[in-house]
Design a protein around this ligand. Structure first.
Ligand code: HGY
Ligand code: MN
Ligand code: MN
Ligand code: MN
Length: 425
């Protein structure tokens, strides 16, 4: 691989990979956190990123660049049929991040098509179809319990009830949208639904966020399916009481109950291949060192390569929570925030990615996506397939150590270019 990477066999020079790297570095300057990259929905940093992306899209020669009612950044490069007729290929990824994130998760999948449009425009070329690149404004589900709200709006699945949901500070989604200069009305959001008849399909380029390609020393991978997931935010209620005087056998310790659940979730998920379960958030609100926790908040993220395995894990974890609470004299609530089924790649679009990777002289490696992506929501509206790009440092992601090489970024651009140049409509 090292020999064929970027030598005259590929005829690929890393200039565009370097531009992608530079854009990622520049965008990382806009952060909610002074120390590490954090860019959550509708914050000033998030709006600054949207403005910067729109400016770069205009420089790249997109015909129509705008921010839509949920804050998606949309760039359209018309095909030969012009603005009205003809179909479009939809592509893109998200620009929001988790807290203390890496700089390529999501954003790489916006930059790749932007670079291809830039070079089409420089060459004065038009394709027989339009290219619509979407920078999805909210995929990481960090601030509001309204998961994948941005791509949900694009497929017409935005739930008006989400507008009343609040963040940790009690701000409603609608108010946060309006504070970010967005309409914050369900009517404006429902109008974002794309008409599937106008689109050929959806493709997304994304970092793998896992160790497979790095371990195989492969720059690109073909996604076969995106794992489904179920997510919850939960609360367990016990009885706050004195840590010094309450005998161990008379406690209703909410945190101890959740701790039991966490260990059960870990053991149950570990017992079955390709099944994962995570409690990523855990909090004793207003806790004190000398008070038995009467209240504990937590999250649940349950995933598997098949919906059956995911649902079995879900049922077992919820049954265990009920058993723990019965035995410990606790009560609980669980609010579902996401139920996304596995999204298999469309065979024709997967084949187009395979042809592109093969054309670069690279071997094919097919793998499922353990991470969720906007493509799993677009899957409900359009045929979709994804291309993975190797992550360095063992593919670590959702961590500042996330990395992509300029060479691999260059190959991703070349693969996307091959796909659209060979897309016969
Ligand atoms: O959680 C995920 O899988 C994605 O990174 N949002
Ligand atoms: Mn992510
Ligand atoms: Mn992502
Ligand atoms: Mn006291």
């Amino acid at each position: 691989i090292a020999e064929i990477r970027l030598n005259d066999k590929c005829g690929v020079q890393p200039a565009r990979g370097q531009q992608l790297w530079d854009w990622a570095a520049e965008l990382a300057r806009h952060s909610d956190d002074a120390e590490f990259l954090t860019c959550t929905y509708a914050t000033p940093a998030h709006t600054a990123v949207a403005e910067q992306l729109m400016a770069w899209m205009r420089d790249c020669g997109f015909d129509d660049v705008h921010r839509d009612a949920v804050g998606n950044v949309v760039g359209v490069y018309h095909g030969t049929a012009g603005a009205t007729a003809g179909q479009r290929l939809l592509t893109g990824s998200h620009f929001d991040t988790v807290r203390r994130a890496g700089r390529f998760d999501g954003r790489l999948g916006i930059f790749v098509p932007m670079l291809v449009v830039r070079d089409l425009h420089r060459a004065g070329r038009r394709l027989p179809f339009g290219l619509e690149v979407v920078g999805f404004s909210e995929e990481e589900c960090q601030r509001f319990p309204a998961d994948f709200l941005a791509s949900s709006a694009v497929i017409g699945a935005f739930d008006a009830d989400w507008l009343a949901r609040t963040d940790a500070a009690g701000i409603t989604l609608a108010d946060a949208m309006r504070a970010a200069g967005l309409p914050g009305s369900d009517e404006a959001i429902q109008a974002l639904r794309r008409d599937p008849a106008r689109y050929l399909g959806f493709v997304e380029v994304h970092i793998e966020q896992g160790p497979v390609l790095d371990s195989l020393d492969l720059p690109l991978g073909i996604v076969t399916s995106i794992n489904g997931s179920r997510r919850y935010t939960g609360e367990v209620i016990g009885l706050a009481s004195h840590a010094g005087t309450t005998p161990m056998g008379q406690r209703r310790d909410a945190a101890a109950g959740v701790a039991e659940l966490i260990l059960f979730c870990e053991q149950r998920a570990a017992a079955v291949p390709d099944v994962v379960g995570t409690v990523g958030m855990l909090e004793v609100p207003s806790g004190s060192i000398n008070v038995i926790p009467g209240h504990c908040r937590f999250s649940l993220d349950l995933r598997a390569t098949t919906d059956e395995a995911r649902d079995a894990l879900d049922a077992d974890v919820r049954a265990k929570l009920d058993e723990i609470c019965q035995r410990r004299g606790l009560s609980f609530t669980l609010q579902p925030t996401l139920a996304a089924n596995a999204a298999p790649s469309h065979p024709a679009w997967q084949a187009r990615w395979e042809a592109a990777v093969t054309a670069l002289g690279l071997p094919l490696h097919r793998l499922p996506s353990g991470a969720g992506h906007d493509a799993m929501k677009l899957h409900e509206l359009l045929p979709q397939a994804m291309l993975f790009v190797r992550g360095g440092n063992g593919g670590i992601s959702h961590n500042p150590l996330e990395s992509v090489t300029v060479d691999d970024a260059e190959l991703a651009v070349a693969a996307f270019e091959h796909l659209i140049e060979n897309l016969h409509v």
